[in-house]
Design a protein around this ligand. Sequence first.
Ligand code: ADP
Ligand code: MG
Length: 429
Amino acid sequence: MTLHAVPPEGYRILREGDLRDYLAGIPAAATRLGGPPEGWSISEVGDGNLNLVFIVKGASGGLAVKQALPYVRLVGESWPLPLSRSHYEYLALTNQAKLAADLVPAVLHHDERLALVAMELLEPHIIMRKGLVAGTTYPAFVDHITTFIARMLFFSSDLALPAAQKKEAIAAFAGNHALCKITEDLIFTDPYRVAEQNRWTVPWLDATAAKFRDDLELHVAISRLKLKFLSSAEALLHGDLHTGSIMVTARETRVIDPEFAFYGPMGFDIGAIIANLLMAYLASSGHEREPGARRVFEAWVLETVEQVWGEFARKFLELWRGEAAGDAYPLSLFSGEAGAARLEAERQAYMARLFQDTVGFTAAKIIRRILGLAHNIDFELIEDPKMRATCEARSLRLARALMVDTASFTTIGAVTNAARTARDWQPEF
Ligand code: ADP
Ligand code: MG
């Protein structure tokens, strides 16, 4: 018996012609596109792993239309995946739009039965990961992304929401467990064991992959992180916040693709950003034309890593001091000057714990991209496989230290220093 998902009544996979007819019947879409439907250009551009994405352009505007398939696009029908992920993506996008409208694509239309979301076409934005591979710096990125994560995480947490509302919100996303399971397997389990879908740059990383499968210290550390991912419903996460889920221009930043959204540990989203910046940094030497040619870019990446944590922490604390309306830390327990001072010290302690989580999840997100199923172009586009393996081995060395010796990284400066040291390390192949 095969495990083919049975799509619900009314669902069909749209082709270009169907989509044209469909959009013509949706006033919000037809108005945005403008002109006669026959004049609309439609192309499927999905470069992601899971869904179809159509870019539609008309006389007066454009749309991006994303449709979930009842299976994982990258793998095919043998790996079914619920269409409901489109519902959660829509829910997350509309929630994000309330808190940071300038930082996400506006949703124009959602069709629950077709598992389809029509949204603002981001143009001329490009996927940030592509820009980073090309060595482009994004000066406005830190401010934008830290506003995004500080607001999303704070306003969905017990610091901001009364308990009943928080629990309702957890329930609203709890059904997205199939997407969580992908993360639980592909990030927190498979890279550390023999799994059919694992791959790495052979033969250079064979020995490291084998060591990671035998490394009990690492297995304890990743299992603790997995437990936190499974059980800590701290805030509404994006759930897949890597540089391939961010579209940018020199001045603008938009976060896309929140189909993995659920209530989880805050450090997972922050760690996703930091991990992908660190990989951009350690992959960079693989893209240089001559040694040192990308030093300015690399310095910018590390400065960005430092500022992502620093600015996130500053903005999050500012929200906590000014907008706390949740049931956590009742002010009646911290009255007077002494109470206020003690609460402020506790806020700092909270951030220190969150930083530890972030360091751990950063490591997990690096390791999965090098030893697991889903790889990234930061490394994949390094043509010389030995050079690629060198960049990847440096990243694994950094990630192992971050995961096993997490407690020794108490500042973001300690993390960027370790990244600098890793860049200079020469593996013995
Ligand atoms: P998946 O969930 O399958 O990974 P994504 O949401 O990441 O799909 O979208 C896949 C690709 O489609 C993105 O990498 C981007 O190139 C393009 N894309 C998605 N949304 C938009 C948008 N609103 N505007 C322009 N391009 C988009
Ligand atoms: Mg994606």
